[in-house]
Write a protein that binds this ligand. Sequence first.
Ligand code: SAJ
Length: 442
Amino acid sequence: MDFVLLKERITRCQATVGVIGLGYVGLPVACMFADAGFQVIGLDVKQDRVAQINKGQSPIQGKEPGLGELLARVVAEGRLRATTDYADLAQADVISINVQTPVDKEHKPRYVALEAACRSLGAVMKRGALVIVESTIAPGTMDHIVRPILEETSGLKVNEDFYLVACPERVMPGKLLTNLRTMNRVVGGSSPEATELAIAFYRHVVEADLDPADCITAELVKTAENAYRDVQIAFANEVALICEVAGANVWRVRELVNKCPYRDMHMPGAGVGGHCIPKDPWLLAQGARGQIPLRLIPAARAVNDAMPLHVADLVVDALQEAGRSLAEARVVILGYAYLEDSDDTRNTPTRPLLERLWELGVRPLVHDPYVPEYRSIPLEQAIRGADCLVLMVRHQPYLAMDLLQVRDWMRTPVLVDGRNAFPMAAEQGFIYRGVGWPVGKE
Ligand code: SAJ
């Protein structure tokens, strides 16, 4: 395997690049390496997505500044082509794998897509290729799953016949291209040569640090950085619950806690959604291989998963004060996406909230300006005649509402605030409940 030749081809952008998985991560990756000057072959199993991309149209909904234009340009220039056929990757020098790695109901990783990608790639991969896994994976996955499958299906041996690297993505919906350029990356190679090749590769698009490591370190960093965030959010949520009964406003408490050096109390809220934070703590936990008792990570997940149910309790409490029975109350949920000004609904906290309210006999109406199935009713029409608004996401159109006008549209002015979006609502005549707000003096 000619390390020098491959490094030369990568450095000069002469390497052929394959990107497996053209979703939220893979598509921006494919576009950015095409834009850097590489010939890129994008592979996805969804024929309609491949067709859309080959027409220069982005299949990604929501606001992704620059992605649509970049995709159209690199496709028009012939630098990016999408395919469903793995045989098209046979000549690829560098292949990046960006497929989803969810966890199941038992919080165990579901590697169906990853294993399928490795098997299909292994069957066609050429000798001397550099394979990079960007998906977030449990510590040990490269060694126990990715490497064995690639070796078995290719007949090649890692570090002798091909290079293997774990380089977990760090992107957020709404900032995909910026994140890929500006966020530091851990480059975890199966050998120092693999790491060196991957750093030369990423140097073409990443302006930030490219930190060399081995595979297991890269797997641990990515899952730990997101488990860190989940634990921090859970701490803020538990302090919010304490504030409600103790009679203080958690937002003032948080402000003053964070004036103390080395504190960074996160934001309490209606729950934790998305494709990263609810999942990655379980991937990290998997790395313990059942050999140590894990208490903090599962507890944090339980605290955060309970927040939408707490919001349901606030709804019940507020309607009781307003004298509206649950059966008759017209409850409107504002926000189905998991994150502000995004259309991404994966693991949205609004779903368990809805399930809980249904159990209680409430039949809420859901509104979300970015999610197709919930944006057909205009906001004013959704609010008119309502007895309770439940703010779950800080979408800009909600923050821009004139609450006095909203109050006049409603039958009963009740506002339950899951994200501290309307701290002045009580002064504006609403029966108000907020996560972390004092429920009322004893
Ligand atoms: N959330 C809170 N309180 C907080 C922060 C977030 O309740 O203090 C909730 C959000 O409402 C949302 C969920 O948690 O429902 C996740 O929010 P997020 O800001 O973490 O956004 P994500 O899911 O897109 O996470 C990504 C991750 N980025 C990468 O994996 C590269 C995460 O590591 C980042 O920290 C996060 O973006 C970010 O910084 O925005």
